[in-house]
Design a binder for this molecule. Structure first.
Ligand code: SAM
Length: 465
């Protein structure tokens, strides 16, 4: 094992590379070689990299990888052809990707035909590297013709790459849509008593900044009865398709669900568990919601139904039923080619400053929060849960939407955090409950600002006066 420092390697390189080549040839063990090669740094244009050529055939892939990276730094045509040749023989995925990336960095128009061929490679990452390399050149017809068909490529990353490059800026933006940070006054601090799907027919595209909701639990509670689980999922699909339409570009949807249990009909049947978050997920991504995170809401064991009791007695395998102390908060973003940075930059510096999340925020995806029990509604959000979601996923002044408002915790918390809210709730009992909390001196919604609409007609007259 030789002991060389980074400085010594730089010195050898600057002396002319005879010494370096000698050193490399002498030490063919992979550890030393990789160390020398990784520390070569910038290479001058006239650098003689011939000693690297043999290393393209080294048995250890890390040595081959470092050799490729260094050859890529030397912008000489003979090395371009050597890399092309090395690609034909390379079997390691990482090295294959690096070869195409290095070829791209050479920016030599002679690589075009080779790269066209690589567009058919089986590794989507390699295809993306080839696309990047081709996009270095002007978008000349020949290149456009070869790239556009990849819009139908079987891999989603390749498709998105091409879409962003060629079509994203041509999208027909609705010329009437509002600036990103703004929304319609007729939606601000509004609660509607109605079926969410009916109400949303009157809500314009791109008007809400964040949706946080907990949908009905299939047929587990009395307020929601669906003919079948499939009908239930399709109903939620429609709600989230509409939510997608009214959501601003690149903004978030946070859905709180958990697997539920429908009790057995009789002793000769078993109860059935429905994995709602997992079944719903497919419907969301299919409809343009990009999956971002799964947050687990952890509740204390004493607060949940005891399922383990039977097992505690009999201890027989297969009869194990753990107490379910978690729910999910699945986080999605309205698919866009724009980065989150674009969303952030839409706000002025004052709003950004005022919306900064203070110390004490949660650093993991497991949120330990006690549930809330309520006499009126059986599934009320704890305020702490709403606070976190609203603070982490919206800015001050944003419009927060809850299609299944229940007792209105999302609205109340949004208001207290300087956001606006828009709520829909089908059951008049819960609607009335929200209204009752909005009496003048009450802090819940703080009249007179909140507007309650008892009927669809009232709401429609408000939207379309
Ligand atoms: C799980 S609860 C939400 C509770 C709420 N997160 C809270 O903090 O009180 C679901 C609510 O959705 C309502 N709901 C069910 N179907 C609806 C529909 N089609 N339109 C509007 N609300 C509906 C139910 O009446 C119920 O209050």
């Amino acid at each position: 094992m030789i002991m060389l420092t980074k400085e010594q390697i730089t010195e050898l390189k600057n002396k002319g590379n005879g010494d370096l080549a000698y050193l490399v040839n002498k030490h063919q063990d992979s550890g030393n070689l990789a160390f020398i090669l990784d520390n070569l740094g910038h290479l001058p244009k006239n650098f003689n990299g011939d000693f690297l050529i043999n290393l393209l055939k080294h048995e250890h892939y890390l040595v081959r990888l470092s050799a490729v990276k260094n050859i890529g730094k030397i912008h000489q045509e003979k090395y371009l052809f050597l890399l092309m040749e090395a690609f034909e023989n390379e079997v390691n995925t990482i090295v294959r990707r690096e070869i195409i990336s290095s070829i791209g960095r050479m920016r030599n128009p002679k690589n075009k035909n080779f790269l066209f061929k690589i567009l058919e490679d089986h590794d989507p990452k390699v295809v993306c590297q080839a696309i990047r390399a081709l996009l270095v050149f002007e978008k000349e017809n020949e290149i456009v013709e070869k790239l556009k068909p990849l819009l139908n490529h079987q891999n989603e990353t390749v498709r998105n790459f091409i879409y962003k490059e060629f079509f994203a800026n041509q999208e027909n933006k609705d010329s009437t849509s509002l600036p990103h940070t703004e929304t319609y006054d007729f939606l601000k601090n509004v609660v509607v008593n109605g079926d969410v799907l009916e109400v949303l027919k009157y809500v314009p595209n791109e008007s809400v900044h964040l949706t946080f909701t907990s949908p009905p639990y299939y047929n587990a509670r009395d307020y929601s009865i669906y003919p079948s689980y499939q009908d239930y999922l399709e109903f939620l699909e429609q709600v989230f398709v509409e939510t997608h339409r009214i959501t601003k570009e690149g903004r978030f949807l946070v859905v709180n669900t958990s697997p539920i249990i429908i009790p057995r009909v009789s002793r000769s049947h078993s109860s059935k568990r429905y994995p709602i978050p997992f079944d719903l997920h497919g419907y969301l991504v299919k409809n343009g919601w990009e999956f971002i995170d799964d947050i687990v809401w952890l509740k204390p064991e004493y607060s949940v139904k005891n399922r383990i009791g039977g097992f505690m007695q009999h201890r027989k395998p297969l009869g194990y039923k753990p107490n379910s102390v978690t729910e999910y908060l699945m986080v999605y973003r309205k698919e866009t080619t724009k980065l989150i940075d674009w969303n952030m930059k839409s706000y002025d510096s004052q709003i950004i400053k005022e919306s900064k999340v203070e110390d004490g925020y949660e650093t993991t995806n497991v949120w330990k929060i006690d549930p809330k029990f309520d006499k009126i509604h059986s599934a009320v959000f704890p305020v702490e849960l709403c606070k976190r979601v609203i603070q982490y996923y919206s800015f001050k002044g944003d419009l927060v939407f809850d299609p299944f408002a229940g007792s209105g915790t999302v609205g109340k918390t949004a208001k207290s955090l300087g956001r606006k809210f828009f709520l829909t709730e089908k059951e008049s009992t819960y609607f009335e409950y929200m209204k009752s909390k909005a009496k003048p001196n009450s802090s819940m919604f703080g009249e007179p600002e909140t507007q309650f609409f008892w009927t669809m007609e009232e709401f429609v007259n408000h939207v379309l006066p």
